[in-house]
Write a protein that binds this ligand. Structure first.
Ligand code: DGY
Length: 331
């Protein structure tokens, strides 16, 4: 009799309800697992280090740092790591590779949800919706005034995408019907196949900054992209430009962004991601009217989170059986 494989699983419940992923694991008959059964707080590090001892597999989310300490705590049984995220900057890829641990992740299934939220955040920021509802609720709504709460519109604009992948294309496809004039993108190299879908022009990083009326950050966080959006970039942007980030907070130098927003160097910013997360409520960015901050909810639709959990569960089970995963990172 083969023993059931031991697996540790970090939150896969949603508001108390099991996700599809959790049901898949439960019904698989393949694994016996220890679940961190709270959607409210991440598993405390100390507890995770205990729980992973001797496991064959681990399902994690982006709040868990999978580093040498954790892999040492898990020990040599650990063969498969499955993260319920498309981003993998929380994983020590070199360490995982060195130990021959296979890694599953969840691209594609969240593209629509992230693109949809990005558009919502862009419009909220550019049309100043948070300020507007605040004014309406708190008595600031006086007579109709010509320039009161004016923002910037997408019609006739140039939209820039930093890092063109599936999500960047999905965002552009949703923005095109707003009568955007031109899409441009910057990346380490041209991506003609993806670019042709949205008729986007490849430009240098400098040109992206200079031309974009709306700049949407869609690149992964890597050592190369860390704080790539800094003083240098903001100083080249137009005073009327809107900066949107739904990728990772680490690609932005937040002090420089604060400076750009508070001096009027750029018109506004919409952020779904920050450093750290949660961003302390005392953070200076929260004092700015032209900065809209969301608590990392781009993939937060019931359908998408369920799909992510199912993909994470299936990646894990396939990996543990030694079969190809549905979505596996090439290490
Ligand atoms: C991811 O998957 O990396 C997103 O940031 C959260 O869904």
């Amino acid at each position: 009799l083969r023993r059931l494989q031991q697996v540790a699983v970090t939150p896969l419940n949603m508001a108390g309800d099991p996700t599809r992923g959790l049901k898949i694991l439960r019904e698989s008959g393949q694994v016996q697992f220890e679940l961190w059964d709270s959607d409210d707080v991440p598993v405390p590090r100390k507890e995770l280090l205990q729980k992973v001892k001797g496991v064959d597999g681990l399902v994690c989310v982006l709040t868990e740092k999978i580093d040498t300490e954790l892999l040492d705590a898990a020990g040599p049984n650990l063969k498969v790591l499955s993260t319920m995220s498309v981003g993998f900057d929380h994983l020590s890829l070199e360490e995982l590779k060195k130990r021959g641990i296979r890694v599953g992740y969840t691209p594609d299934v969240l593209t629509d949800s992230v693109a949809e939220l990005t558009v919502a955040l862009l419009l909220t920021t550019s049309r100043r919706l948070i300020e507007a509802t605040h004014e309406a609720k708190t008595g600031g709504w006086g007579t109709w005034r010509t320039l009161w709460l004016c923002g910037h519109e997408l019609a006739g604009s140039t939209v820039g995408i930093l890092g063109l992948g599936r999500i960047g294309v999905a965002i552009a496809e949703r923005l095109a019907p707003f009568k955007v004039k031109k899409f441009i993108y910057a990346d380490v190299a041209p991506r003609p196949e993806l670019a042709s879908v949205i008729n986007a022009e490849y430009v240098s990083f400098d040109e992206l900054a200079k031309q974009s009326d709306f700049l949407s950050v869609c690149c992964a966080l890597t050592p190369e992209t860390k704080e790539i959006c800094n003083k240098d970039l903001f100083s080249k942007m137009k005073n009327t430009s809107i900066f949107i980030n739904t990728s990772r907070g680490g690609v932005v130098n937040q002090e420089d962004l604060y400076e750009a927003l508070s001096t009027g160097q750029i018109a506004g910013a919409g952020l779904d991601v920050t450093v750290p997360e949660p961003l302390p409520t005392s953070h200076p960015l929260f004092t700015l009217k032209n900065c809209v901050i969301l608590p990392h909810i781009a993939s937060a639709s019931y359908a998408t989170r369920n799909n992510m959990s199912a993909l994470a569960a299936n990646n894990l089970l396939l990996g543990l059986r030694g079969e190809p995963m549905i979505k596996e990172l090439k290490l």
